[in-house]
Design a binder for this molecule. Structure first.
Ligand code: 8YV
Length: 312
């Protein structure tokens, strides 16, 4: 008898098929009344397969009394009720490790793009402006100061890339990280004052909500750039829009937003911000690896009792 997996939403045709082949799977998103379906059938499910944007809410976890494991595609697990899972001994896995390089690569792409104005310059040429105007000078990246907010796997990968650009790195974190050579700064505002580029790579959720406040943006200052590859909720987005429009900061490179896929239209006309559609892990290679790991976590749990890449 194959274990029963509740899938919260479509993941990809390949992964959907693989899960259906390996397990008894039910596509919750196809239920017209999901709550009624769960009330009637929730006890059947041993596992949940989900993704970071969808998660596994408190209500969903509570509706599954037989739940033993949640396998998530993604690393930002703030939409999964980890406390409830921990209290019930439910294992939770994320796709840790396999997306680190692509997210760090994209973070550095945003550093270079926003400092050297690459996207805006491309628009300048395509609009025919180069025929009559020179493009304005931009800002150097190499040798500048990089402040990292959150020195987890992704933060450390970003710091590693900074070495290639001869950048000095400092970081802030819930606590100093053992075994790293970068200087620890307990104060986020002090780090922002020091940094030329402030790169945000913390987890989302209530503990980091609006961590990047108007005061932090003021500390970053008119020569400073903000890069966000974490979660939109980590930044006070209203304050960021105002800071970009007023020149309180020099610019920003954003891959995440407070209310995706909606992006403040006030940003669309600004050339000092680069707007990406939450694509940091969105490469062919990384998504394949992430999806393979979602399946491998489920299989590992039912074969050995343990997931491969636990979140708790
Ligand atoms: C994707 C992410 O949104 O890993 C995360 O937490 O935000 C991104 O990689 C997610 O992986 C899609 O499932």
């Amino acid at each position: 008898m194959k274990p029963c997996v509740l899938q919260t939403g479509p993941l990809s045709p390949k992964l959907d098929a693989e899960i259906a082949d390996a397990f008894q799977v039910h596509p919750l998103w196809k239920e017209a009344d999901a709550a009624a379906f769960l009330a009637a059938n929730g006890a059947e499910f041993d596992a949940v397969a989900t993704s970071a944007p969808v998660g596994a809410s408190t209500e969903l976890v509570a509706a599954l009394p037989s739940l033993k494991v949640i396998s998530c595609r993604g690393v930002g697990l703030e939409k999964i009720d980890l406390a409830a899972a921990r209290a019930r001994g439910i294992q939770v896995s994320g796709t840790f490790g396999v997306l680190t390089d692509c997210v760090a690569d994209l973070a550095f792409g945003l550093v270079i793009d926003v400092a050297r104005s690459l996207s805006a310059a491309d628009r300048f040429v395509r609009a025919g402006h180069w025929i009559k105007d020179k493009y304005p000078l931009t800002r150097r990246v190499s040798g500048k100061r990089l402040g990292i907010v959150g020195l987890g796997q992704i933060g450390r990968a970003i710091a590693k890339r900074a070495g290639g650009f001869d950048m000095e790195v400092r970081y802030t974190n819930r606590a100093p990280v053992e075994g790293v050579s970068y200087a620890y700064e307990q104060s986020l505002e002090a780090l922002a004052r020091w940094a030329d580029f402030l790169v945000v790579s913390v987890s989302g959720g209530p503990s980091t909500h609006h961590l990047i406040s108007s005061k932090v943006l003021e500390a970053l200052g008119p020569d400073g750039f903000l890069i966000n590859v974490s979660r939109g909720t980590v930044v006070d987005q209203q304050a960021l829009v105002a800071a970009l429009a007023a020149g309180t900061i020099a610019g920003a490179g954003l891959d995440v937003y407070a209310d995706e896929p909606r992006v403040p239209e006030a940003l669309f006309a600004l050339d000092n911000v680069v707007l990406l559609p939450h694509m940091a892990s969105g490469t062919v290679e990384t998504r394949r690896d992430m999806e393979d790991l979602v399946l491998a976590n489920l299989k590992s749990f039912f074969e050995t009792g343990k997931v491969l890449t636990p979140a708790i």
